[in-house]
Design a protein around this ligand. Structure first.
Ligand code: GLY
Length: 388
């Protein structure tokens, strides 16, 4: 069974074999974009290449990009724990063409990777296309041999990808995997809940426009390609599980002997497994917990995890103990993790310790006030004090 690390390298090697330059993941804090709080997808580091402001020595690239969706346009923080697929931190695999190829090659490259290298069965795959994109429909039919019922036309923003309120964007075609009738869910585009059955695994964006601050779509200098495949999602498919949290890396974090939380609570364990990755990778970039900006996002993520640990009975720092397991799981792909391990552990430990004592104080105030409430509503000033 292929683990996350192997799937990552298969993806990178496949596109390298097809002439793409392997580019390192950029930092979670974008260096080229004041409009974004965090890197939310693989294309962010290439934004100026798409728009023509910057040129590189290559016109095709492949990356495995660290992404954070816990602030700004894409914010999944409050969903984490309650679904099988939301993350604050995740890795996005992507191939990019800066005016080299467009749909005619992007679709065949994607199709061959998933059906040949990853051996996904064709009958379990379906795709969506932007409703007016007849060119993409024809390629899916001709090259992949997909039937009409496997190609779903969508006329909403779901099939028009944008990085943010401004910047490169374009119509997209998403590839879905059918996890089978054992799961509830309706195909994309149909009324009802997509559920756990039909899961998007890869988004092929046909980058054609640059949206300016007035909302106007200006054509890019050359039609380009940006794709995004969640590593954790494709790993779930390839490992025959439905939830990303049952894949090797995330389930190893939960099962780690250093995980002191032995109470079985799926929601809280998902929160902790997800949040430790965001916390560690933010600290690795020099962000420290604080009361504003990115530091505040880090603090919120860490405190959310601690609250879940508290619910499971933890009364002293536990998150810092998981760093060791994370370094084992991801240290090969990110060697800086091992170098900064001690500093990261200390920073987490300090912040946890502080928050545990705040929690204890808050909970004892709450319990005392509840006794005196006599079934009345909690007064606003108390709610404010507790929130504070
Ligand atoms: N940039 C493509 C995606 O995030 O899906």
């Amino acid at each position: 069974m292929a683990g996350l690390a192997e799937i990552r390298s298969t993806f990178l090697n496949y596109f390298k074999k097809h002439g793409h330059e392997e580019v390192k993941s950029s930092t979670l804090v974008p260096s080229n974009d004041p409009t974004l709080m965090f890197t939310n997808s693989g294309m962010v580091q290439f934004k100026n290449v798409f728009t023509g402001l910057e040129s590189r020595s290559y016109d095709k690239a492949v990356t495995s990009q660290k992404c954070l969706r816990a602030g700004g346009k894409h914010n999944d923080l409050d969903n984490v724990g309650y679904t099988s697929r939301h993350h604050t931190f995740f890795e996005m695999l992507g191939n990019f063409s800066f005016g080299n190829y467009f749909k005619e090659k992007a679709i065949p490259l994607a199709w061959d990777l998933i059906t040949k290298e990853f051996s996904l069965p064709k009958e379990r795959l379906l795709v969506t296309v932007f409703h007016t994109d007849n060119e993409a429909i024809e390629i899916w039919k001709k090259y992949a041999g997909l039937s009409d019922s496997q190609i779903i036309k969508i006329n909403t923003v779901d099939n028009f990808w944008s990085m943010g309120s401004t910047g490169p964007c374009g119509p997209c075609s998403e590839i879905f995997f059918d996890h089978g009738s054992g799961y509830e869910g309706t195909p994309p585009g149909e009324d009802g809940d997509e559920g756990d059955r039909y899961i998007e695994i890869w988004n092929l964006v046909f980058m054609q426009f640059n949206r300016d601050s007035n909302g106007k779509l200006n054509p890019l200098p050359k039609p380009s390609v940006d794709t995004g495949m969640g590593l954790e999602r494709i790993a779930a498919v390839m490992q025959g599980v439905n939830s990303n949290y049952d894949t090797d890396l995330l389930s190893n974090l939960v099962k780690s002997p250093n995980n002191l939380l032995k109470v079985n609570d799926a929601i809280s364990h998902k929160v902790i497994a997800d949040h430790i990755r965001s916390v560690v990778f933010l600290l690795l970039e020099g962000i420290l917990p604080s009361n504003e900006g990115r530091g505040y996002v880090l603090r919120r993520i860490l405190r959310r995890a601690v609250r879940h640990g508290y619910k499971l009975g933890a009364r002293s720092p536990f998150m810092s103990k998981l760093v060791d397991c994370l370094v084992k799981e991801m240290g090969e792909a990110y060697p800086q993790l091992a170098q900064s391990k001690k500093l990261i552990e200390d920073a987490i430990h300090q912040e946890e310790k502080k928050f545990f004592s705040t929690l204890e104080t808050g909970i004892s105030i709450l319990n005392k006030e509840i006794l005196e409430l006599n079934n009345k509503l909690i007064p606003g000033d108390l709610a404010f004090k507790l929130h504070d």
